[in-house]
Design a protein around this ligand. Structure first.
Ligand SMILES: *Cc1c(COP(=O)(O)O)cnc(C)c1O
Length: 465
């Protein structure tokens, strides 16, 4: 039976002339986007403007692939900021490698399922090789492993859920109640990422926020005080391996040493910064990570993978499995076998093997290429920080530790920063949104793209003169 003779209800799935032209259209577009060097920064538009330009695209009959793709290419895509642009320097940019971006198409084209070994053994095997490699880079012992989840927020939540589950089990095994007097609490720094507080809110546990020291990093002495005050209640301490706003690394070694005296789960939130362990310029800042019970790092931030992916790694994956395995009649066939099922290690069940683009890119280029690219960002951050210190009228807010540089233009108010930032985007020169610290507005470069240059950053400083 020829594909064309298939019934109408199978039109979308048949391999037909229509399908061939749709696939060509989409792959041609993808190829162009991947190989273009001058994709503009672009900018958001209003809903009414987008409705006006794109028109109604959803109807009973469909508008066809040509028109739908034209709406995407000419109206919708230009209303999305180009996050892999070398002069996108806000928040934490993304800078996926070409191999990783291209391979993301393969993951979709192959309809891979990454939740269970039974269904996705090959994909899971490759993802696990990457997790094992990362765990070794972080100094974690053999046997450490986990799962790639959607992002750092889900990673932090999943790790903390496992930490509390572990604490409950430990108490119950010792004959205690599963909940301490006063309820569970997690300790973190005032500069910890908002997702840690959000996880605590979801879990209905308290956050004991300890103030950062002069440098903004969580000090072991402050954690000790918190543990001495409410140790019974604390099931986890979260140390940040590179804060989002400043790229500052907590005193991880000092906090980890407290494990000798106190019983707590050490979680490292390294969503942005843990990648810096790949570089000899920064590795030493992370002493103590080897004692972590769990860590996260977002490959969509500084490991050159496309959105959206977070590596969640447990020192002992069994703790993750105990906390997260879902039980249901239709899942028994999976849970009764002793296979490695990624779904057992986080709050997500169904998952695409979202670690594969990173796997392909890492396999293609090799780890040394990654180290060079990460080192470039750190070196560039230091270089532009020196330039900022040198320029009259500019002040560094803090010395950069990783690849985030925060600075002020002397005498500027919030409105000045906003006007300047809007102007930069309007001119399509750069995307640098104002940030703030301790109530003062500032400017901030977050550098992760290997194509970002000193000349580009200097030109942005010139625009503030
Ligand atoms: C970005 C970030 C997160 C959140 O990660 P998402 O992938 O955005 O969910 C958590 N912690 C830190 C330190 C981050 O930089």
């Amino acid at each position: 039976m020829s594909a064309e003779a298939l019934p109408a209800h199978a039109r979308m799935h048949a391999v037909s002339d229509e399908t061939r032209s749709i696939v060509d259209l989409v792959l041609d577009y993808s190829r162009r986007r991947l190989l273009t060097t001058d994709t503009p920064l672009d900018h958001a538009s209003s809903p009414s403007e987008l409705t006006r330009l794109a028109g109604r695209t959803i109807s009973e009959e469909g508008i066809g692939a040509n028109r739908a793709l034209a709406a995407f290419e000419h109206v919708l895509a230009p209303a999305c900021i180009t996050t892999d642009h070398p002069q996108y320097l806000s928040f934490i940019p993304s800078a996926p490698s070409k191999a990783a971006m291209a391979f993301d198409l393969v993951v979709s084209a192959s309809a891979l399922y990454g939740g269970s070994w039974m269904e996705g053994a090959g994909a899971v095997h490759a993802e696990n090789e990457v997790l094992t490699w990362l765990a070794a880079e972080f100094g974690l012992p053999e046997g450490a492993g986990g799962v790639f989840v959607q992002g750092g927020t889900i990673g932090n939540l999943s790790a903390l859920v496992a930490a509390r589950d572990h604490a409950r089990r430990t108490r119950v095994a010792a004959g205690g109640s599963p909940r301490p007097e006063g309820g569970w609490a997690v300790v973190c720094s005032a500069e910890a990422h908002s997702s840690v507080k959000s996880a605590a809110e979801i879990m209905d546990v308290d956050v004991i926020e300890v103030p950062g020291g002069e440098s903004g990093s969580l000090a072991a002495s402050a954690v000790r005080e918190a543990l001495e005050g409410s140790g019974e209640r604390v099931f986890a301490v979260v140390a940040t391996g590179g804060s989002t706003n400043f790229g500052i690394v907590d005193d991880i070694a000092g906090v980890a040493a407290l494990k000798d005296e106190f019983d707590f789960w050490l979680h490292i939130d390294g969503a942005y910064g843990l990648t810096a362990m790949l570089s000899p310029l920064a590795r030493d800042f992370f002493a103590g990570v080897e004692r972590a019970d769990s860590v996260i790092v977002d490959p969509h931030k500084w490991l050159f993978a496309p959105y959206d992916v977070c590596a969640l790694i447990y020192r002992d994956p069994e703790a993750g499995r105990l906390a997260h395995t879902q039980h249901a009649e239709y899942l028994d066939i999976l849970t009764e076998r002793a296979a490695y099922d990624p779904s057992d290690f986080s709050i997500q069940l169904t998952r695409r093997p979202r670690g594969l683009p990173l796997w392909f890119s890492l396999a293609t280029y090799g780890a040394a290429t990654y180290r060079d690219a990460v080192t470039h960002s750190i070196a560039l951050a230091r270089e532009i920080a020196d330039e900022i210190e040198r320029r009259p009228g500019f002040s560094l807010v803090r010395d950069p530790q990783l690849s985030v540089v925060v600075f002020e233009r002397d005498g500027w108010e919030k409105a000045d920063y906003e006007r300047w930032s809007d102007g930069l985007l309007e001119a399509q020169q750069a995307f640098v949104v104002p940030s703030s610290h301790a109530g003062r507005t500032n400017a901030r470069f977050a550098i992760v793209n290997p194509l970002t240059t000193f000349a580009q950053l200097s030109a942005i400083l010139d625009s503030m003169e």
